[in-house]
Design a protein. Structure first.
Length: 757
């Protein structure tokens, strides 16, 4: 590390570097972030060591197994990578203290069992292993839905080939994208900042933020703030919404202050039955550290989108019956992932799909048609189409020139200090990434042809092309705003329009397209953390690749272990609408995937949308996604002002779908206002020093308690604020117990969703 580099680092941290040519959304926020990220590096620090392999394998296997089992829960619980970061630190310190130093040669590489003190780079690489296990593998949605709802099993060999082909194809795409998604300083990746803050806190790395002093005030250490946040949240989660007082997951203000006999307001205020208007939640798992990580402008875009679609348009469509659904919508949950026929009876693929070839039986379909979903579900599909079109348009208008210039010239912008420091290490050759893309692509073609997933060559190729085209704009939004947009709906729409009546083909096509994009995003997250923490890129690549294959085998073992019990498959088939433990393990994610296969696969986009009253969901969504970015770009170009930039069309047009606790949206914007607006603006020194480590501590506290409760399957005592899943306390909450959110959603002519068939 030269004196010149140190001076350049200080200059970058103060935000005084020469203005880059690239388009910037929030320069002030970027400069604040630069003060929180290390701007020095020691190239001699141990990185991919023996300890990384041992501890990394341990957490990769453990977290992958746990999350694969949790995938079957009705209300999803996820062990995130922060748990790995927390638990790996003492293990690394113990190994460094007690393990003798023994050197040996393995495949021409010298290995030292104890190269010295446990380093921050080792810690980051162990997190790469753990994050691979925690991120999951998308192919299991496909495999689970096929087995439970279509009684289709591929066999172990083709299962594994499908898992590995779909899960690793994103490596090649990540290699292409890293030049303009990782190196530019304005690609801040806000959701990785809690991880960066936690690493620097654990290892005492000095940054501009924690060097700042306010007179003679002695500040509490970041590690202590993290510990207080973790322990405090764990205690609160046990006595509160996680165990003893589960009904605190829902604070439905509208239900509380509206008449109990006004079923319309009660159902609109219900965060579990309906959109949860004015509902809060004390369950941090529905909020997460994202509320304290993403910029406030991004959080406000998300909340405005939620208010427009979930609080206004979906209820209005439900009350005004925009889709001509008859009287049944008022007797059916608004917050539902299920499909219904014109009489409001639950619709199932077994009723219209032939068991022999799993294609649509048009006669049976017409007997049940028209098929409906709730307006809340319709708004989600509108948003998926609109947001993807808006993402492509917004990226083209605001970032198109930047991307083209970076593809032509890697040095388009002046390198910041992070690029200068990371360039001291050998980069991963492009041929490694491209070679992996070709190899996994060939494997995917073979699986599609011979694996039983009904995916012809042309469909496999189209899925890969669609993934490549859609990934750059969606990940660019994630890199700047911290908001995730997926390719799942547009992939369903395309293949369902081309080949209607084949749900297995649709699910496989969707899986390939979405998994490639999802995997690319996860790989780029690791690369950005490595970029901030100055981890050798080749060490990141090796850790990602090996851990992905390990996680694939472990997840498949967990999947087979759970599915070996026929009762577990039945719980998923019922979607949690049952008594006892089955209510907790309804696998809503699989139900959503299955419903999509019916809409876009068995029925097809033309039959379901363009030949019915649902056509505006698609074409109005596409039109909105096309027009809104142009309006904002013209305003930015010819009117000027920051508001045109901060209003992000893809986020404004991307509401969440049904099935979750809808009390989280209102709570999230309150948390974001406190930390990302007030503390950021008026307590900036505190914010830079503590905001992200506190956010991480809260996440870890919830994750540890959730992990404990899920494996022990303990249920808290029955009392006013805890209504167990067996429904024994219905007398305490008349008409509300099945949903546990205080709202009176059942009454005369209002059917209990648990009793629908």
């Amino acid at each position: 590390m030269t004196e010149k580099d140190i001076k350049q680092g200080e200059k970058a941290a103060d935000g005084e570097v020469e203005q880059q040519k690239s388009f910037v959304i929030d320069e002030e926020f970027e400069q604040m972030i630069n003060q929180m990220v290390p701007t020095t590096d020691d190239t001699e620090t141990p990185s991919l060591t023996f300890r990384v392999w041992v501890i990394g394998l341990l957490f990769c296997c453990g977290v992958a197994f746990a999350n694969q089992i949790f995938l079957f829960r009705t209300n999803l619980i996820w062990v995130n990578s922060f748990v790995t970061v927390l638990l790996a630190y003492p293990l690394g310190r113990i190994m460094a203290a007690v393990l003798p130093s023994y050197k040996f040669n393995l495949l021409g590489i010298e290995v030292d069992t104890n190269p010295g003190p446990f380093s921050i780079k080792e810690h980051v690489l162990i997190n790469v292993w753990g994050s691979t296990g925690s991120s999951g593998i998308y192919a299991f949605y496909n495999l689970g839905a096929q087995e439970v709802f279509y009684d289709l099993k591929l066999g172990a060999f083709w299962d594994l080939m499908f898992i590995f082909a779909s899960a690793t194809m994103g490596f090649g795409l990540a290699g292409i994208c890293r030049r303009f998604l990782i190196r530019p300083s304005h690609m801040i990746w806000p959701t990785v900042l809690p991880s960066v803050a936690l690493f620097t806190a654990f290892h005492g790395v000095e940054t501009e933020a924690n060097k700042q002093k306010e007179g003679d005030v002695k500040h509490m250490s970041q590690l202590r703030v993290f510990a207080y946040g973790t322990v405090g949240m764990a205690i609160f989660y046990i006595i509160g919404p996680g165990y003893l007082s589960t009904m605190l997951q829902y604070i439905p203000l509208l239900c509380w202050f509206s008449p109990k006999d006004n079923l319309v307001l009660q159902r609109l205020g219900s965060p579990k039955w309906g959109p949860g208007i004015l509902s809060l939640s004390l369950d941090w798992s529905t909020v997460s550290s994202a509320a304290m990580a993403v910029p406030f402008w991004s959080a406000m875009n998300q909340f405005i989108s939620w208010v427009i679609f979930a609080w206004f348009l979906a209820p209005l469509a439900w009350q005004q019956n925009w889709f001509n659904q008859g009287p049944w919508p008022r007797m059916t949950p608004l917050n539902s992932t299920h499909l219904y026929d014109g009489k409001g009876v639950r619709f199932s693929a077994a009723q219209v799909v032939r068991k022999t070839d799993r294609t649509l039986d048009e006669g049976k379909f017409l007997a049940r048609a028209p098929i409906h979903f709730t307006p809340f579900f319709a708004s989600a599909y509108f948003g998926h189409i609109a947001s993807l079109v808006a993402a492509i348009m917004h990226t083209s208008l605001f970032y198109g020139k930047d991307i083209l210039n970076r593809l032509r010239n890697a040095k388009y912008d002046k390198d910041d200090i992070h690029c200068k420091l990371i360039d001291k290490y050998p980069e991963v050759p492009d041929t490694w990434y491209y070679g992996f893309l070709v190899a996994t692509g060939v494997l995917m073609f073979l699986v599609g042809q011979f694996g039983g997933i009904d995916l012809p060559i042309w469909a496999t190729g189209l899925a890969i092309v669609l993934a490549i085209v859609g990934t750059v704009p969606t990940i660019m939004i994630f890199a700047t705003a911290g908001v995730t947009l997926g390719l799942n709906v547009v992939s369903q729409f395309v293949i369902g329009l081309i080949v209607p009546g084949r749900p297995i083909l649709m699910m496989s096509f969707k899986c390939v397209c979405f998994a490639v994009s999802w995997q690319c995003r996860d790989l780029l997250i690791d690369l950005k953390i490595g970029h901030y923490m100055k981890i050798p890129p080749r060490h990141i690549f090796i850790s990602q690749l090996v851990s992905q294959f390990v996680a694939g085998f472990v997840c498949y073992g967990a999947f087979r272990y759970w599915m070996a019990d026929p009762q577990h498959a039945e719980w998923v088939r019922l979607g949690g609408n049952t008594e006892g433990m089955g209510a907790l393990w309804g696998g809503l994610s699989f139900n959503t995937y299955y419903s999509a296969s019916l809409i876009w696969g068995a029925i097809g986009a033309k039959r379901f949308f363009f030949d019915t009253q649902y056509a505006p969901v698609i074409w109005v969504g596409a039109l909105a996604g096309l027009v809104l970015p142009i309006v904002l770009w013209l305003g930015h170009k010819y009117v000027g002002g920051q508001w045109w930039v901060l209003a992000h069309p893809a986020i404004l047009l991307s509401p969440n779908g049904p099935g979750a606790n809808n009390g989280g949206a209102f709570t999230s914007i309150i948390v974001s206002t406190i930390f990302q607006f007030y503390a950021y603006r008026y307590r900036s020194a505190w914010w830079k020093r503590y905001n992200y480590v506190l956010a991480t501590g809260l996440d870890v506290g919830v994750a540890l308690v959730a992990l404990l409760l899920s494996f022990t399957e303990w249920e808290g005592p029955e009392w006013l604020l805890n209504c167990p899943s067996d429904g024994k306390c219905e007398s305490m909450h008349y008409g509300t117990a099945p949903w546990n959110d205080f709202c009176t959603v059942f009454g005369p002519n209002i059917r209990d969703p648990r009793k629908q068939t």
